[in-house]
Design a protein around this ligand. Structure first.
Ligand SMILES: *[C@@H]1O[C@H](CO)[C@@H](O)[C@H](O)[C@H]1NC(C)=O
Ligand SMILES: *[C@@H]1O[C@H](CO)[C@@H](O)[C@H](O)[C@H]1NC(C)=O
Ligand SMILES: *[C@@H]1O[C@H](CO)[C@@H](O)[C@H](O)[C@H]1NC(C)=O
Length: 450
């Protein structure tokens, strides 16, 4: 048995090495071809598309090029192929067979309505395949077979016809091990199953004949769907992030919700999203825990909305957020505690807001002072008129100079039963009565000063 395993490893290694040899030969051939007659084709495509290297991986970016087919003559050693927003309608057999090293293939926002069974032949390394926002009604499991490494498959926003022909695909998607495949894709037909997720749709309702059911069963879903559950309006009322926005998987998972007239942060942000662009919408407030599921988020862009209010728990869970853009909004101050979840924040854009230079602004300045690694910009008083145009830090310095420490502490000792005012909070801050992460920094600073 062991010998057999060893032999198998050897065989795999040999094949892999042979593959590498083939690969470099392939490259030479392409370079060699540079002088030959097909060079024109290579160069022309290379010029129309953008070829570059990202994280050591070769990327061919042919997005938005009005392409209707997959042209021949592209370099075959690329690892990421971006074909989003073209006009491709059909994927023919062996369309990608030359791209043996391809790891991700982005075909979203085309007009694809048919994929031949062998379209993805040869894509043995492919792990990410994006087919969302197309016109697919039908796809069978066979189409996926040439891609044993596939683990991210996007199929949403296609008009899936949920009948027996889709059975094998749906069964594959519903396997627990395929948890990143086909999420958010929904049935468009038949009407009884409209809006059901492929991940969750009941196979017996979808294809009663295969289950060997009696003739009575197919009637059941229609009656249920028609009378007791008016599904379409329910779903339209709560569109989720992936149907409202565009997802891009390469180079980093990005959820692009820019300029979509959103009034709220869309629900169900997928957990693997690393960058989220919500700029240029009409979001006026951030509610508690809006981003709780987005555990990987590193960049959040909320610029050019109409943000006036941010709940204290709005950023809960954004432990790894590094960059937050809140510029060009209508913020007056940050409520006490808003920033406490952002442990790893490095950049905070605050320009073009309505920062109000009064007691309420002290929390923000205090937080920034104790998080010196955060690079921030645009913190300028907009009101009251006597401070307009001042850097907020200067206003706070003036305030502290005018108001000696004993006076700040006084109201707190007089009135510790009453509701906390911001003035008292400022006093609290001076007394180190703070949540533990900040207190540690505070102590550190005292040591540094003495
Ligand atoms: C944003 O929302 C407000 C109130 O809901 C509305 O008056 C305004 O026209 C909206 N602006 C845009 C650009 O949609
Ligand atoms: C946020 O979006 C705005 C407008 O789309 C853009 O100008 C800005 O550079 C973005 N900010 C970041 C940090 O990417
Ligand atoms: C600021 O946001 C408004 C809409 O809220 C937009 O019209 C304007 O272009 C934005 N300005 C900048 C500099 O992005």
């Amino acid at each position: 048995m062991r010998l057999f395993a060893a032999l198998l490893v050897l065989l795999v290694l040999t094949v892999a090495l042979a593959g590498k040899g083939g690969r470099s030969k392939g490259r030479n051939r392409i370079r060699g071809r540079g002088r030959g007659s097909r060079a024109g084709a290579v160069k022309r495509f290379a010029a129309e598309c953008k070829e570059y290297v990202e994280d050591g991986k070769k990327v061919l970016d042919c997005q938005e090029r009005q392409l209707t087919t997959i042209p021949l003559g592209w370099p075959d050693d690329i690892e990421h192929l971006l074909l989003a927003r073209n006009k491709i309608r059909i994927l023919r057999n062996d369309a990608f067979a030359q791209f043996r090293y391809l790891k991700s293939l982005d075909l979203q926002q085309n007009e694809i309505s048919h994929i031949e069974e062998g379209a993805f032949n040869g894509l043995s390394q492919l792990s990410i395949l994006l087919l969302q926002h197309n016109r697919l009604q039908l796809l069978t499991e066979e189409v996926l077979l040439p891609m044993p490494r596939l683990h991210h498959l996007r199929l949403h926003d296609n008009p899936w016809r949920c009948d027996c022909q889709l059975d094998s695909l749906v069964r594959t998607l519903q396997l627990p091990s395929n948890r990143n495949m086909g999420n958010f894709a929904k049935c468009a037909e038949p009407s009884a199953l409209w809006g059901q997720k492929l991940k969750k749709v009941d196979l017996e309702l979808m294809c009663p004949d295969l289950q060997g059911s009696s003739g009575a069963r197919p009637q059941l879903p229609q009656q249920q769907g028609g009378s007791s559950r008016p599904r379409p309006p329910a779903i339209q009322r709560h569109p989720d992030a992936t149907s409202l926005c565009h997802t891009y998987m390469s180079p980093k998972p990005l959820l692009d919700c820019k300029n979509r007239e959103l009034k709220i942060v869309p629900p169900d942000i997928p957990g693997y999203i690393v960058k989220m662009d919500l700029s240029s919408n009409n979001i006026t407030q951030l509610r508690p825990k809006e981003f709780l599921a987005a555990k990987e988020l590193k960049l959040l862009n909320l610029s050019s909305n109409n943000l006036q209010q941010i709940d204290m728990a709005a950023f809960a869970g954004l432990l790894y957020l590094r960059e937050l853009d809140l510029s060009n909004n209508s913020l007056h101050y940050f409520q006490y505690g808003v920033l406490e979840d952002l442990y790893f924040l490095r950049k905070l854009s605050l320009g073009n807001n309505l920062w109000m230079c009064d007691y309420n602004i002290h929390y923000l300045i205090y937080w920034l002072k104790h998080h010196p690694s955060v690079e921030y910009s645009g913190l300028v008083c907009s009101d009251p008129p006597e401070f307009r145009g001042w850097p907020v830090e200067n206003y706070v310095k003036t305030y502290n100079a005018e108001c000696p420490k004993d006076k700040q502490v006084a109201p707190q000792t007089d009135n510790d039963q009453g509701g906390t005012t911001v003035q008292e909070l400022t006093a609290d801050l001076e007394e180190e009565a703070l949540p533990s992460p900040i207190r540690v920094h505070d102590k550190f600073e005292i040591i540094r000063l003495s």
